[in-house]
Design a protein around this ligand. Structure first.
Ligand code: FES
Length: 321
């Protein structure tokens, strides 16, 4: 850690930058001197500084048992803020980039034996590390992988291999929501105390969240690879009352509750800041929240709020801070 409690960035060598599907490249990083890299567990991500200076987080997709390399699959987001395009277009084997060591907000519980994975598009990346680990440990899994077309599907060859084939369903929708995979039968019951891990576009994760209200909330896990919808054009400012001090703070449309609390100098735990990990769970004492997370079950929403993404429907809300 440096003086600001930030993890030290490592200079790592790019070993390859190869296209693996339309608009998707795989980048491999190693230590230039051949030293082992900091360990990671399935579901972890690293932050990479692109040549243009932007810092971007990407899930590791290789087997966590590999100690000598990090593999990330990056989708070229032409309408994004420039990190992915810059990494894909301006990085080549032999380059050195700064990489923050792995962090995991999406880990597998060690005692679980059965897993249900649902991936949409590039959301397959953390799931690839997970299925490699689950398989190596002799555990069981089912994977449903939604993609637009075979050409746009990363890891297609690998997932068609005999060791994966019988456990993997790949569904193509050709970009037509009417042809989306019907997940209702898949999620109708929780088989063998499965843990569900879902990563993909927000609409897919929200659909899965809505279809799993009858699952234990501790068995359902999400990871967002895109920005959370923390701000919408229709948002309104609201008052935030802190029950412990009685203080009332203004939350403008441009800031989250978490940011306002930090601006006020309060220490508030957080991790993903996309409404998926559950770290910022806070008791809601009064008022009505505008929930934008993927963590809370329906019955928790009246008295709990995830303050990294959610806002208020009422003019004022009171939280236990
Ligand atoms: S920090 Fe992860 S849900 Fe808020």
């Amino acid at each position: 850690m440096d003086a600001n409690n930030q993890p030290q960035m490592l200079p790592l060598r790019v070993m390859r930058n190869d296209k693996i599907a339309d608009g998707i490249h795989i980048l491999e990083f190693r230590d230039a001197g051949g030293q082992p890299l900091p360990e990671f567990s399935a579901g972890a991500h690293i932050a990479i500084q692109a040549p243009n200076g932007l810092l971007r987080k990407y899930s590791l997709c290789n087997d966590p048992a590999e100690r000598n390399r990090y593999l990330v699959a990056i989708k070229r987001e032409a309408n994004g803020r420039g990190g992915s395009c810059n990494l894909i277009d301006n990085t080549k084997a032999g380059d050195e980039l700064m990489v923050a060591p792995p962090v995991n907000d999406f880990g597998l519980p060690p005692r679980a034996q059965d897993f249900l994975f649902i991936a949409g598009g590039i959301g397959i990346t953390p799931i690839m590390a997970m299925i490699r680990e689950v398989l190596r440990q002799g555990k069981r899994f089912r994977l449903f992988y939604c993609s637009r077309s075979p050409e746009m599907t990363a890891f297609l060859d690998e997932l068609s291999a005999p060791e994966f084939k019988n456990q993997v369903t790949i569904h193509y929708d050709q970009g037509d929501p009417a042809r989306s995979l019907d997940l209702k039968p898949v999620l109708a019951e929780r088989k063998n105390r499965e843990h569900l891990y879902c990563c993909g576009p927000r609409p897919l994760m929200e659909a899965v969240r809505n279809m799993t209200d009858h699952w234990s909330s501790t068995a359902v896990h999400f990871e967002a690879f895109s920005e959370a919808e923390t701000h919408k054009p229709t948002d309104k400012p609201f008052k935030l009352r802190l029950a412990r001090s009685g203080e009332v703070l203004d939350v403008p449309t441009t800031k989250t509750i978490l940011e306002i609390l930090r601006d006020r100098g309060l220490e508030v735990p957080s991790s993903c800041e996309t409404g998926t990990c559950g770290t910022c769970r806070t008791k809601l004492i009064a008022g009505e929240a505008d929930h934008r997370d993927l963590v809370l079950a329906e019955h928790e929403r009246a008295d709990t709020v995830m303050i990294c993404v959610s806002r208020a429907k009422s003019d004022e809300i009171t939280i236990d801070r």
